[in-house]
Design a protein around this ligand. Structure first.
Ligand code: AHR
Length: 512
């Protein structure tokens, strides 16, 4: 063979991939992708609440009862369906009665997990629940099991949910709120195996039973939703013990936490990362599928009717803090790499929607894989924000199972599936396919047959940028945003295009 022929052969092997055909089943399934998969998490940690959401009533920054109105507007625009609060690890140190009544009278505490800063309790139950009302989102309260009491927990429920005459409902009225908030989602502790009390699974399961017994939602109109503090990553034993030991009438969901961190001892920079670190982060994020599959398999053994949900109430990328910032505040930038984590992970959740009915990205503002970063009065939306907003079309839509053979993303002798996707059909009949190419080097050629679909009206949106390290800054806030993608054609009953390297696409096939 001549040298040029060899070169052409090599070129074809490495730079031109076969076309991947993504097939939609003709009918959507009966499985609904719960909107709560797109939930968020706000802890009293670093600048998430204080200096993030909450700037105080006297701030020059426009606010509603102390909460930044620009944050409220951005989160509503993103269609935030629920918000978990007040932790995280903080939840098992939090005593809710310290956060009600006149702000000047509230006692202080020290935030033992996050920087040892003084917490003045100026953002408490009313502030949080009123914020949820302003956001038109459902609150998800994580109660204190680690250092609290059964009575304290039960009183909190009565305070926020009881409509009649009772000591806690009367106290709420004294504090200016007549009607209850009717909070449905309640977490019983957080990471009980760690910061939530270093408990064994057996001990926690017993404690859970005790707490759950005294929980009542005080309303006849809605179901209380109790979430057991779940495993981290592949701790399947934890899930098994909870499923075995907690009676079904006391539990609605088991949680799972999983962070995309390369190495807890060497997490690496959020922006100045190498190709190898990028690949390792993708490997870590991709593990979510295995974790969910295996936790669900255990749940299936004990709950074959699938009455108990799996909720991933903490997930996201975790890196070194930004240079010069408080290590206890977990403030990190957010790049195209984070858009890949978000796109891939949300596809995994959608495809597991039968059991995974809620998830909470950690955390909303200024902490970990945030959707919003603030600096004084300035605010930027991160690439992750744009993914969450783009994927909002899947909220409460019917899952459409897909089948395809993904090309591989190869790196130094290891490989990962390059493409991930999920699809749904909304009430109007529109079909949306979210497609992610995590391959940092190569575009991949894709076709989507349309022959069984009535409509061929196709449009595509994209999140992409030349480098995986690219991100929005306060100086250049719109470097990464959602753009219309026109580089496709619809021919012979197929949509055809090349999905660019490290990009997220949303393909819409409109019903009319
Ligand atoms: O999200 C930050 C922390 O990570 C949470 O407080 C804790 O639950 C987890 O370990």
């Amino acid at each position: 063979m001549k040298n040029t022929t060899i070169l052409i052969a090599l070129f074809l092997t490495y730079f031109v991939t076969a076309q991947t055909e993504i097939r939609l089943t003709t009918e959507p399934s009966d499985i609904k992708i719960s909107k709560h998969i797109y939930g968020h998490f706000a802890e009293h940690l670093g600048r998430c609440i204080y200096g993030g959401f909450y700037v105080g009533e006297d701030s020059q920054i426009p606010n509603l009862d102390g909460v930044r109105t620009d944050i409220i507007a951005a989160l509503k625009e993103m269609k935030i369906p629920n918000l978990r609060w007040p932790g995280g690890c903080f939840a098992d140190t939090y005593h809710w009665k310290d956060g009600i009544g006149p702000k000047s009278d509230r006692p202080t505490m020290v935030n033992q997990w996050w920087g040892g800063v003084t917490e003045d309790n100026s953002f408490g139950t009313h502030d949080f629940l009123n914020l949820c009302e302003a956001l038109e989102t459902e609150p998800y309260i994580s109660g204190n099991v680690g250092s609290g009491t059964v009575r304290e927990f039960a009183d909190w429920l009565q305070y926020v949910n009881h409509d009649g005459v009772s000591p806690m409902a009367d106290l709420r009225r004294e504090n200016g709120r007549d009607k209850p908030w009717n909070v449905r989602f309640w977490g019983l502790g957080n990471e009980a195996w760690g910061c939530g009390g270093n408990m064994t699974a057996e001990y926690y399961a017993n404690l859970y039973r005790q707490y759950a017994t005294y929980m009542t939602d005080w309303t006849n109109s809605q179901q209380m939703y109790r979430v057991a503090s779940g495993a981290s990553d592949g701790n399947y034993r934890w899930t098994e013990v909870l499923m075995k030991n907690i009676p079904k009438n006391l539990i609605e969901a088991v949680a799972l936490h999983s962070y995309s961190v390369i190495d807890w001892g060497n997490k690496s920079s959020a922006t100045a990362f190498s190709e190898k670190q990028y690949f390792q982060t993708m490997q870590r994020a991709f593990k979510m599928d295995e974790y969910i599959t295996k936790h669900v398999a255990i749940m299936d053994q004990y709950d074959p009717e699938r009455k108990i949900d799996l909720i991933v109430d903490e997930w996201g990328g975790w890196y070194d803090v930004e240079p010069g910032t408080n290590p206890g505040f977990l403030y990190q930038q957010n790049t195209i790499r984070d858009a890949m984590i978000a796109g891939m992970t949300l596809n995994i959740f959608n495809n597991h929607a039968q059991r995974v009915t809620m998830a909470n990205l950690a955390q909303t503002v200024n902490v970990l894989q945030a959707v919003i970063l603030t600096e004084g009065e300035k605010l930027i939306l991160t690439p992750t924000y744009h993914v969450m907003k783009m994927y909002a079309v899947h909220q409460d839509a019917k899952l459409i199972p897909l089948s395809f053979d993904t090309p591989l993303f190869n790196f130094e002798g290891e490989s990962l599936p390059a493409l991930s996707a999920s699809a749904s059909q909304n009430e109007a009949g529109d079909i949306h396919i979210s497609l992610v190419n995590i391959d940092s080097q190569m575009a991949h050629s894709v076709s989507i047959p349309l022959e069984n679909l009535n409509s061929k009206k196709v449009s595509i949106e994209a999140i992409q940028s030349p480098k995986i390290q690219d991100h929005n800054t306060f100086e250049q806030p719109n470097k990464i945003e959602v753009k219309t993608f026109t580089d496709f054609n619809v021919k012979r009953d197929q949509i055809q295009f090349e999905i660019p390297a490290h990009s997220v696409l949303l393909i819409k096939i409109a019903s009319k």
